[in-house]
Design a protein around this ligand. Structure first.
Ligand code: AHG
Ligand code: MN
Ligand code: MN
Length: 338
């Protein structure tokens, strides 16, 4: 019997990647598998989020007598639990937790990696049935193997990431991750419960027509940003336009769309919040790593995101990310207004 086995699952793909590296231990594949498992569990809950009002409000108990947790807390526990049970991760940092969690058991203390994540990004969109996501970032430890991991393992610049990725809980559920070898996207096949390679070797088009920004903050942006946004609005056919403005309010969805179609996403600093809203370690760095591997660019308006030396787990940064030529144009406006 001929079985069509052209489509690789996430696990098959990560294991195949090992073939070119005889010295590889498979720890990264196993970590990605853990993240895939957690995201499938989160996906099930996200898909029934609309039923929560029937089954019981968040913070109360449902008909089965289980406590109904806010979805971002639920997602946090799933990702943390899957990584703790696995063999590849020595500790985690999460948007949902004030401090890092050091697993500190004999297996984890010998694990090579630490992981940072935003378990549910765009969580204000849950109530209104709009796509949300998970973002993750993986570093090789700098602390001594055999001992518990340390804060220094987490405060590494983004250019030291070994892998980074995101999951979109959307019209379909996708798992996208990057390593130094490139960016690959997998779509969940609900019939077999596996992520299947659907978007091999993703490249971000150098030019696009989409710009994503919260226009409600326009008058709080610095002059260069205002001028760039105004230039986007004025684009005509003659200079690559007209442009389209798209802003979902779930960065995972906004950046995913721009990655595939070409575009630019910005979350600049404002007069109220000069550092913007987005967090460097588990929101901006993973996307900066992915977009660069796909041929795009990411900056804070002054320097490459991946070169920023972090000082705090939850630090924020202005964020500009997207197609390379659109980022170049933005930079000319920012430089002219310094
Ligand atoms: P989170 O749900 O993890 O707090 O992050 C939401 C973020 C990001 O996904 C989105 O781009 C941004 O907040 C939207 O913020 P504004 O509503 O201020 O534009
Ligand atoms: Mn977020
Ligand atoms: Mn979040």
């Amino acid at each position: 019997m001929n079985i069509n086995r052209n489509i690789l699952t996430l696990d098959e793909f990560t294991i195949q990647q090992l073939r070119d590296f005889p010295a590889a231990t498979g720890e990264l594949s196993s970590l990605l598998r853990d993240l895939g498992l957690a995201s499938k569990r989160v996906n099930v809950e996200v898909n029934k989020a609309g039923l929560v009002d029937i089954l019981g409000d968040f913070g109360t108990t449902n008909v089965q007598g289980e406590e109904v947790k806010k979805l971002d807390v639920y997602a946090n526990n799933q990702f943390m639990g899957a990584l703790k049970h696995g063999i590849s991760c020595a500790g985690i940092g999460s948007e949902e937790l004030d401090d890092i969690v050091i697993f500190d058991d004999p297996v984890s203390n010998n694990s090579k990696y630490v992981c940072l994540f935003d378990p549910l990004d765009g969580s204000s969109n849950i109530d209104v049935n709009v796509s949300i996501g998970t973002i993750f970032s993986v570093y090789r430890r700098v602390s001594e193997l055999g001992k518990p991991c340390t804060k220094e393992d987490f405060l590494q610049p983004g250019n030291k990431q070994v892998a980074a990725g995101y999951v979109i809980y959307g019209s379909s559920t996708m798992f996208v991750y990057a390593t130094k070898r490139g960016v690959n996207g997998f779509t969940l096949d609900p019939q077999i419960g596996e992520f299947c390679l659907s978007h091999p070797d993703i490249k971000c088009p150098a030019k696009g027509k989409i710009y994503s920004v919260n226009h409600g903050n326009f008058f709080q942006y610095e002059q260069g940003v205002k001028e760039y946004i105004t230039a986007c609005q004025k684009k005509t056919k003659a200079d690559g336009g007209p442009y389209t403005q798209r802003y979902i309010g779930s960065m995972v969805s906004d950046v995913h769309r721009n990655l595939i179609k070409g575009g630019i996403f910005t979350y600049p600093g404002t007069t109220d919040k000069p550092k913007g809203k987005l967090r460097l370690l588990y929101e901006c760095n993973p996307f900066a790593f992915i977009i660069e591997k796909a041929g795009g660019k990411a900056t804070n308006g002054k320097q490459r995101i991946l070169d920023i030396q972090p000082t705090e787990l939850h630090q924020r940064t202005p964020f500009f990310i997207g197609s390379s030529s659109m980022m170049d144009e933005l930079e000319t406006y920012l430089a002219a207004n310094k």
